[in-house]
Design a protein around this ligand. Structure first.
Ligand SMILES: Cc1cc2nc3c(=O)[nH]c(=O)nc-3n(C[C@H](O)[C@H](O)[C@H](O)COP(=O)(O)OP(=O)(O)OC[C@H]3O[C@@H](n4cnc5c(N)ncnc54)[C@H](O)[C@@H]3O)c2cc1C
Length: 528
């Protein structure tokens, strides 16, 4: 089988052939049983066959000469993102939200023609990269006064077009998925070095549109830091910024594109800062009996000026869940990498700082600590496991945030209190785990996972109850509604509380200027 033959699941994360099989799912069921302390569900449900899915007739017909398709298969595969509620709806065969059709443009002129067609036909457009949104960012919502909705999938705009090896930058098309983009850079000896957990399927345009966060804990890990210039087609014209290493000329136009989530235009390409592939690595795993000591150690490392590539704190449940340790320790994974210099002094100093806060480092410094390798594998397997857990009826989701260090303790206590009581109310019990995905000198980005036993056909309501409690806890604690999962429609109420009122007015005015007919992504970022 070649890569081209592999088919993405219409409801789950990833490729159909990579989903956990019966044996792996049974193992997972046993682990869940140990978690919940009772027989939860050993029987695995099954999604409907593709051929059994029923769609409403399209409200509008997409012109084929503009790369449009009204085919059921295309409408099905573009109905849902990959958030928990998307997975459950897809698994239950609920495709009522399907778009009327999908465009597959091959060039910028196609997108301009699609804008003109949508304006004259009064059709909403949803820009689409890899469809991995977890915040309802690619849901096909029909805008006010519109007749229907079409998705615009950028999969054919997926090339690395140019590499400037002197300035270390590359011009890359927005539809390139993580592996495609890295394959295009590899012959030049470069990497974008941006590895979100969704790397396999998400795209450059999606990362820029959602201000994605990569896998590395410090420094250049947000896509924001890697964008040199960007090109976005808007219904009002081309929005292209100049290639510059930095500029102090007024408000930064790149910042209008970053985080615009498909509401202002369609990003077609960007010049991205690239780096040589790292050749040296050093890593260590420091274990702590007490979570608060591990938190302090993470802060000491974050504020030391060492800027490790990895500074991932796993609380004891997170470490156990991902098979990193099973002795109840909290684990701080530390790592450095470089294409230029030896790393010994850096990792030794980071370990010394962590040990001084009460940690122990039984395995010492290695090129890749065993705990770090186990974690890395678990990190990329996790999305497949979440889909398997949906088949077992488990309510399972993650949420993430950032706050200043002085507020973390109160935030964490509030999140634990609110989310645990919401799980008890909705599901009778549940488990909450915490890790830090990123650390800054002034604060961490905590990332929470919750798992609770679901009841058949009630999982979305149960999830909603828990998710609302989580959002409330973040707002009460002065933390952000999202550090890197974007706003979409799901986080819009939290975003509305977080942003200044005059900023919302300016955002609406910007939308009116760039998208005067309100064609793009109704309901994302801004209430219709
Ligand atoms: C299992 C899993 C793990 C994840 N891990 C991470 C992570 O580690 N870090 C992280 O930041 N996020 C993560 N996410 C969230 C998601 O992958 C990111 O938001 C990602 O950036 C979306 O990229 P995409 O190409 O799939 O975009 P899509 O899901 O297709 O779209 C996302 C939003 O961007 C808009 N958009 C997409 N392409 C364009 C374009 N070319 N021009 C204009 N607008 C566009 C869409 O309209 C939509 O509003 C994860 C999601 C899942 C399911």
């Amino acid at each position: 089988m070649t890569l081209l033959d592999r088919r993405r699941s219409f409801w789950a994360w990833g490729y159909e052939d990579a989903l956990p099989d019966e044996a792996a799912t049974s193992k997972l069921a046993a682990q869940i049983e140990a978690f919940f302390g009772e027989t939860h569900s050993r029987s695995r449900g099954a999604p409907p066959l593709r051929s059994q899915l029923a769609l409403a007739a399209p409200r509008v017909s997409l012109p084929a000469d503009l790369s449009g398709s009204n085919a059921d298969e295309d409408r099905i595969t573009h109905t849902h993102g990959r958030g928990y509620a998307d997975l459950v709806r897809g698994f239950l065969g609920d495709f009522r939200g399907a778009p009327d059709g999908v465009f597959f443009p091959r060039a910028e002129k196609d997108i301009e023609s699609i804008f003109a067609w949508a304006a004259s036909e009064q059709v909403t457009l949803v820009p689409y990269g890899g469809g991995t949104s977890v915040v309802s960012g690619v849901a096909a919502e029909v805008g006010p006064g519109k007749r229907g909705v079409a998705t615009v999938d950028l999969c054919h705009l997926n090339q690395v077009l140019e590499v400037d090896s002197v300035s270390r930058a590359a011009r890359i098309q927005a539809g390139a998925k993580g592996p495609e983009l890295e394959a295009g850079l590899a012959p030049h000896g470069f990497t974008l070095r941006h590895f979100p957990q969704s790397f396999e399927f998400s795209t450059l345009g999606g990362w820029i549109a959602t201000r994605a966060g990569g896998h590395y804990a410090t420094l250049f890990t947000h896509i924001d830091d890697l964008v040199e210039s960007v090109r976005m087609l808007t219904p009002a014209g081309v929005f292209e910024t100049r290639r510059l290493p930095a500029s102090g000329a007024g408000p930064d136009p790149n910042r209008w594109v970053l985080g615009s989530e498909g509401t202002l235009g369609i990003i077609t390409e960007a010049w991205m800062r690239v780096v040589p592939k790292p050749t040296r690595r050093a890593s260590a795993s420091v274990r702590f009996t007490r979570f608060e000591d591990a938190v302090r150690a993470a802060r000491m490392v974050a504020q030391s000026g060492l800027y490790p590539t990895n500074c991932r704190l796993l609380d004891s449940r997170e470490a156990w869940l991902h098979h990193v340790v099973d002795d109840g320790s909290n684990v701080l994974l530390l790592g450095f990498e470089s294409a230029d210099h030896e790393l010994g002094p850096w990792i030794d100093r980071a370990v010394a700082l962590a040990v001084a806060e009460g940690g122990s480092c039984p395995t010492g410094v290695t090129q890749e600590a065993r705990d770090a390798a186990t974690w890395k594998q678990a990190f990329f397997d996790a999305p497949y496991l979440q889909s398997a857990l949906v088949t077992l009826g488990v309510v399972v989701d993650t949420f993430e945030t950032a706050c200043t260090w002085d507020r973390f303790e109160a935030l964490h206590a509030n999140v634990v209190r609110r989310v645990e009581s919401a799980m008890n109310e909705a599901c009778g019990k549940g488990i909450l785990t915490c890790r830090f995905t990123h650390v800054y000198p002034d604060g961490p980005a905590p990332y929470y996972t919750f798992l609770a036993p679901g009841r058949a056909n009630e999982q979305i309501d149960q999830w909603r109850h828990i998710k609302d409690a989580a959002c409330q806890a973040l707002d009460e604690s002065g933390a952000t509604i999202t550090h890197h999962h974007a706003v979409g429609r799901l986080h819009r109420p939290g975003y509305e509380k977080e942003r200044p009122v005059p900023f919302e007015q300016a955002l609406r005015a910007t939308k009116a200027a760039l998208d005067p007919d309100g064609l793009l992504n109704t309901g994302v970022l801004i209430a219709p």
